[in-house]
Design a protein around this ligand. Structure first.
Ligand SMILES: Cc1ncc(COP(=O)(O)O)c(C=O)c1O
Length: 387
């Protein structure tokens, strides 16, 4: 027996974890700063951590009540009906739910390139063809509706990521509406707001009241600090109300995740502190990192460092884990997550030191790489803050 043809499927490549890197570079995990996965540097809300402990006594039950309670709580938060909240294991699970509910074999989806890799993975699992529209470095990753529409060719799902991973740019609600208006009735615009809490722009949730062709993806992984529990959801039009029961894996989110998410939703202080720190950190990094950076509304920034693989490797050897964006098709760029204020200052210092050492050729002296140029430093933009 053979598996189906998976030759055009890609694997998800996560940011590297502390344990793995610590072993590699011979440091204790506690000495490392991991800013590679856009996680919450404050950890989970203490109330959510308590709920995890409390839930442990009840894990022999299916999560019937907690699943329903969480859908109700999210619905209340967003002023939706519970049927409009499609609870899922992470926003990844929400992407799968949309694929299951919308795609027939050989349908097509349209995704941002570069962009979050799971859109294409999920599309391919569901036998769809994957097409891309460009979010271009040359235009500072600006998200233009016309670029999406120029690439559009009747796809069933058009993904818009706001804030965009890995650049942090957004598309305004008016522009998202233009995309929804100008695409066919049979097309849904899926607005991925995994980083929505950190953005200044309002959620595309408000578009759902008046239209049946926009869905919004959210997660508890980022601002709520529950990445390890896998809790997310899609917000969908009322017209789709019956779809969830037909495509959902029974009890998609487990008891512990549901209880923790319920507690986290009630801890406004934790989210406020998280968002404040991230907004401070992205400005601090843009101000102080000695390389061009891009405006970001997420809990991370993108820096154009010249040879991201090498900079990431040198930073790793000094205890700082960053995301080399070569796998996104951006070999010059590093994505740097916001840390706590202390971590962010320390990371900025390390990155600047690495860039300086590269400029001086210290790295080449330590470990020569054939054909490499030691001068990777780029000049800063006219504002002094990069692109
Ligand atoms: C843009 C975007 N969407 C969705 C996700 C998935 O988040 P999760 O499945 O942890 O909720 C991520 C994770 O990094 C992301 O960057």
């Amino acid at each position: 027996m053979e598996l189906r043809d998976l030759s055009d499927h890609n694997e998800y490549v996560p940011g590297r974890g502390k344990q793995e890197v610590a072993q590699e570079v011979g440091l204790d995990p506690s000495e490392l700063i991991a800013l590679s996965s856009n996680e919450n540097p404050h950890g989970p809300s203490p109330a959510a951590a308590d709920a995890v402990q409390g839930a442990s006594e009840a894990v022999h039950h299916y999560p019937k009540a907690s699943h329903a309670d969480l859908m109700d709580a999210i619905a209340a938060e967003w002023d939706l009906t519970a049927e409009q909240v499609w609870l899922s294991p992470g926003a990844d699970g929400g992407i799968d739910l949309l694929s299951r509910a919308v795609l027939a074999p050989d349908d097509e989806i349209l995704i941002p390139q570069p962009g979050f890799s799971y859109y294409s993975m999920s599309g391919r699992y569901h036998h769809a063809q994957v097409n891309g529209y460009e979010v271009s470095k040359a235009t500072a990753f600006e998200q233009r509706p016309q670029t999406v529409l120029d690439a559009y060719d009747g796809e069933r799902i058009v993904f818009v990521t706001a804030p965009h991973n890995p650049s942090g740019t957004v598309m305004s609600l008016a522009d998202i509406e233009t995309v929804a208006d100008e695409t066919a009735d049979s097309t849904v615009v899926a607005v991925d707001e995994a980083y929505g809490e950190y953005a200044e722009m309002p959620s595309a949730r408000r578009l759902i009241s008046d239209r049946d062709d926009v869905a919004v993806l959210r997660t508890m992984s980022k601002a709520y600090g529950l990445a390890g529990l896998r809790v997310g959801y899609a917000m969908v039009p009322q017209e789709w109300a019956e779809g969830y029961a037909k495509v959902n894996t029974p009890f998609a989110v487990n008891e512990v995740g549901c209880r923790a998410a319920l507690a986290a939703l009630n801890d406004d202080d934790h989210v406020r502190e998280t968002v404040e720190t991230a907004r401070w950190a992205r400005e601090y990094m843009r101000e102080h990192i000695e390389a061009p950076t891009f405006p970001s509304e997420g809990n991370f920034i993108l820096a154009d460092v010249g040879d991201a693989t090498r900079v990431a490797e040198m930073a790793r050897n000094r205890g700082l884990i960053l995301r080399d964006c070569t796998s996104f098709g951006l070999p010059g760029c590093l994505r740097i997550s916001s840390g706590t204020r202390e971590q962010t200052r320390q990371a900025t210092e390390t990155i600047n030191q690495v860039l300086k050492d590269l400029q001086l050729g210290v790295y080449a002296w330590l470990r020569p790489i054939p054909g490499s140029s030691p001068d990777l430093r780029r000049s800063r933009g006219p504002s002094g803050r990069g692109i």
